[in-house]
Design a protein around this ligand. Structure first.
Ligand code: ZN
Length: 174
């Protein structure tokens, strides 16, 4: 947080770039960084590259009694359509804002259209926790950090205090 690249709108990726070695390497670097820092998603601006690509990989987890998972997915030039104004809140964290957590409310249902790493058009409907994860990652492509969306700054916490006083009260996102 503080690096200007995180505050820029990232550039759309031209289709011919998708077949380049440079693009393949970018995806590998993003995946390595995500795994290294134990995240479930990362966007290119987070590793200093201002291009519209984010990845998410969500192993099976249980949220509000609902089993959710998303296999490794590459979102290129995504377009987000919110399908409800109904909000839901989760405690979010971010690899670009280390050591902090904040409670963020976001619309709970969406449709995202995007290209995958092969350049194929994809559509994904998401709700619940997955909808929050997608909105968090896609925000990175438009210069927005989750801290911008924390409405009540009393619900912003250091990880240590979160673990001691707040954990388990609400759902979490890293
Ligand atoms: Zn983030």
């Amino acid at each position: 947080m503080g690096h200007p690249v995180l505050r820029e709108k990232a550039r759309e990726i031209p289709r011919d770039f998708l077949v380049s070695d440079e693009f393949r390497q970018l995806i590998l670097d993003m995946r390595d960084s995500m795994k290294h820092y134990g995240g479930i998603g990362i966007a290119a601006p987070q590793i200093g590259v201002s291009l519209q690509v984010a990845i998410i990989e969500l192993g099976t987890m249980n949220r509000y009694g609902e089993e959710i998972s998303l296999p490794f997915t590459v979102f290129i030039n995504p377009k987000l359509e919110l399908l409800t104004h109904e909000q839901q809140g989760f405690w979010e964290g971010c690899l670009s804002v280390p050591g902090l957590r904040g409670f963020v409310e976001r619309p709970k249902k969406l449709r995202v259209t995007f290209l995958n790493e092969k350049g194929e058009s994809q559509e994904l409907l998401a709700e619940g926790f997955l909808a929050t994860v997608i909105q968090h990652e896609l925000d990175h492509l438009f210069g927005i950090l989750y801290v911008d969306r924390v409405k009540d700054t009393r619900l912003l916490s250091y990880q240590e205090e979160y673990d001691a006083f707040l954990s388990g009260k609400e759902e979490e996102l890293e």
